[in-house]
Design a binder for this molecule. Structure first.
Ligand code: ZN
Length: 421
């Protein structure tokens, strides 16, 4: 016997996507909705009024995260939370983050209009400042509520125009003085579910409309400095040189080679930032500074790539007689998603007749931090052309509809099963 499934209203969801994309729209058809800017504050007001329209209990916490709660039949049960973020990168697209929040809103509308009572209270969250921003603190809201940021981390932080982060947080309804009160504890939350665009081509290439995330990538970053020797580019023979840029080039290419030959495809290495001194046509480069980044789904993968590359650094350093300084900037462990949440997502997708793709998330998300306090899971929607963080970012409505239905039914299944076994 086929199982009856609740369905979302795709026309209504599509019109929410259009409405929210008015905030920050620029002449390139991109969105400038960086966190705590005027357009983002307007978008927050719009979202709050939409949440209030369906009688949710809306509050803004000390880190300016927006929460909206719908009562359950047993409000002693820990809440089931779902959402994402509505801030964008400069000239970004209308789906990154926003889609997860708007799908959450649509789910609540379906529950309301069908008068579906859940056992657990359900709660939407729209996290503050997920994207990199002029204050230099990304995943700000999710780090705040998981206790990874505290009031001291905000003191004196300014954007390049000199605006204080504490003032910006206040302008969005937060309270920097009582910042730690935003922390949510594991016993308060049953599960966290986030929908996001894939921002890659894996789903599209396989023509699969829904992705279930197994783990969110770990990110390792270091700053590398090569100390060579400046000298005349004409009079210094090749054998007498200590060319810092030539060393850096060898190291960059070796990183590419190590990652390409690594047996797991979802291991990636990048040198995205580089500067050299003195940077002059007739002087041998004396110093090169660059950032190294390695991402992978497990610590082991990242460590293996790092070890191979470190061996190469030692080898090249000795061969070319240069000094190398390395400083770790970030070592964020991969965040595995919860097995039970994954299982429910897989099952719900299959019951809706879609075989989902299990895949790792190569980008960081708020769910990375939520996984440290509660059972977390993520669903991915295919990104057309794999494009993201640009005006061309797009997802098909038919895929959005499928994933939204998987989300709705996953939440209802979690509500039945969690805090029972
Ligand atoms: Zn995002």
């Amino acid at each position: 016997m086929p199982i009856t499934k609740h369905k979302i209203n795709i026309e209504r969801l599509a019109s929410s996507i259009n409405e929210l994309s008015r905030f920050g729209l620029n002449e390139n058809n991109g969105l400038d909705r960086t966190t705590f800017t005027e357009s983002e504050l307007e978008a927050r007001e719009w979202l709050k009024s939409e949440l209030q329209k369906i009688n949710l209990n809306v509050r803004v916490d000390e880190a300016a995260n927006i929460w909206a709660t719908r009562q359950g039949t047993n409000n002693a049960l820990p809440v089931i939370v779902f959402g994402s973020h509505i801030d964008t990168v400069p000239n970004g697209g209308k789906y990154d983050g926003a889609l997860g929040v708007l799908m959450a809103l649509e789910v609540m509308k379906v529950l309301e209009e069908n008068q579906i009572r859940t056992r657990h209270p359900f709660e939407i969250v729209s996290f503050s400042a997920e994207e990199p921003n002029p204050f230099g603190l990304s995943t700000f809201g999710s780090r705040a509520i998981t206790g990874k940021l505290n009031a001291n981390d905000l003191i004196g932080v300014k954007d390049p125009q000199g605006k204080l982060l504490t003032e910006a947080v206040k302008s969005a309804g937060g309270d920097p003085e009582k910042f730690e009160a935003a922390v949510r504890h594991p016993h308060e939350i049953s599960a966290y579910v986030e929908v996001h665009i894939e921002q890659g081509k894996r789903l599209l290439k396989r023509n699969i409309p829904v992705g279930v995330v197994t783990a969110i990538t770990g990110i390792y970053r270091e700053e590398v400095t090569i100390f060579g020797e400046a000298n005349h580019s004409g009079t210094t023979l090749m054998e007498d040189r200590k060319d810092a840029l030539a060393v850096a080039s060898e190291l960059i290419l070796s990183l590419e080679k190590i990652c390409k030959s690594y047996p797991v495809k979802e291991v990636v290495g990048t040198v995205g930032k580089l500067s050299l001194q003195p940077n002059s046509p007739n002087i041998i480069p004396a110093q090169v500074d660059f950032t190294l980044e390695i991402r992978g789904a497990t610590k082991n993968e990242i460590n293996e790539v790092l070890l191979q590359w470190s061996n190469k650094v030692e080898e090249i350093k000795n061969n070319r007689s240069v000094a190398v300084k390395r400083e770790i900037l970030l070592n964020q462990a991969p965040a595995p998603m919860d097995d039970k949440v994954i299982e429910v997502m897989m099952e719900q997708a299959k019951q809706l007749y879609y075989e989902p793709l299990l895949l790792g998330s190569m980008a960081g998300h708020d769910a990375t931090h939520m996984a440290s306090i509660t059972k977390s899971g993520m669903l991915f929607v295919p990104s057309l052309d794999g494009k993201s963080h640009c005006p061309e970012e797009e997802s098909r409505l038919e895929d959005i509809e499928i994933v939204a239905n998987v989300l709705l039914n996953t939440l209802l299944a979690l509500d039945k099963r969690f805090d029972v076994w």
